[in-house]
Ligand binder design. Structure first.
Ligand SMILES: CCCC(=O)OP(=O)(O)O
Length: 306
């Protein structure tokens, strides 16, 4: 029996998100800059599986060419530039014509500029943060990594909100009381290493009820966070060590490198969204596969309000 077959709960595979999303399939997704073969593949598959309806914003000629081989009735709205495609897609969500926003073939900062627009953007009072759910071959559960794409070097207050956003995503996919590991390079508090100080503060904030619905314990290095053997070897006794569901990274560089190393070295699958906005935002790397984009759509649809 493989580790995959030994998973404690088969509902915690990314495929189960597609099933869940299909059950609530009355939502519309606005795609910014849809002119990309992997985006189109994911959109067509999602349409065929009745996950959602789509409005594709971007270069109409290129989108039509990519859709040529498919039998579809997906709406396309032409936009001269990717920035305009982002603006129109964000406005569609702002006016509630769409329920979910999706990043297409567009740099992350271009879509985020539209998302953060003061007049029609999707900000709430909360911090927005990137949350990626990973299914990793030969690992026994889903792992959530935050933040690999949006917050550059979050301070303690921002980290607390990033954890709250990730906990809410975890709960929406059935991980009711997630274990959170604030990562650092070491597992003891070191006054000259900010990541360890913030991790310790987050642990106390959780114990005092300032961050609820989860268990936080840190600082933990990556090995002690995800491997019980490593934690035991280092003599670390913790409710989270070796069993973390959510890995809070200290900076965007750590998160982005971890995200891409799981995909390229470990052949992991991912579904990723920006949480904390008025509506979920599908945000994968432009280079991610259509499969990852489909999982991200499913994750966003599971998180979208009814
Ligand atoms: C982790 C997703 C954000 C990201 O790095 O996107 P790009 O690879 O498209 O820049």
């Amino acid at each position: 029996m493989t580790v995959q077959e030994e998973r404690v709960d088969d509902n915690l595979l990314l495929d189960s998100l597609i099933e869940k999303a299909t059950q609530a399939s009355t939502k519309t997704v606005a795609v910014a800059a849809a002119e990309d073969s992997e985006v189109i593949k994911a959109v067509v598959e999602a349409s065929e599986r009745n996950l959602a309806q789509f409005i594709l914003y971007g270069n109409q000629e290129k989108i039509n060419m990519l859709l040529e081989s498919y039998n579809h009735n997906i709406r396309i709205v032409h936009a001269e530039t990717t920035a305009l495609a982002a603006e129109l897609a964000v406005k569609a969500v702002f006016t509630k014509e769409a329920d979910v926003l999706m990043k297409g073939n567009i740099p992350t900062n271009t879509i985020l500029k539209a998302v953060l627009n003061k007049e029609y953007g999707l900000r709430t009072g909360n911090i927005l943060s990137h949350t990626a759910v990973f299914e990793i071959p030969d690992y026994d559960r889903l792992i959530i990594i935050t933040d690999a794409a949006m917050n550059i070097a979050p301070n303690l207050e921002q980290k607390a909100q990033i954890v709250k956003n990730a906990v809410s995503i975890a709960r929406s996919i059935g991980i009711d009381h997630p274990k959170v590991a604030p990562l650092a390079a070491v597992e003891s508090v070191n006054p000259v290493m900010d990541a360890t100080l913030d991790a310790a503060a987050l642990t106390v904030m959780n114990k005092r009820g300032q961050i609820s619905s989860c268990i936080i314990d840190g600082p933990l290095a990556l090995d002690n966070a995800v491997s019980i053997m490593a934690a035991e070897h280092k003599g670390i006794h913790s409710d989270v060590a070796g069993k973390a569901d959510i890995l809070l990274v200290p900076t965007i560089e750590v998160g982005n490198v971890l995200y891409k190393s799981l995909i390229y070295f470990a052949k992991a699958k991912t579904g990723a969204v920006i949480a904390g906005a008025k509506a979920p935002i599908v945000l994968t790397s432009r280079a991610d596969s259509s499969e990852s984009k489909l999982y991200s759509l499913a994750l966003a649809l599971c998180c979208a309000k009814n």
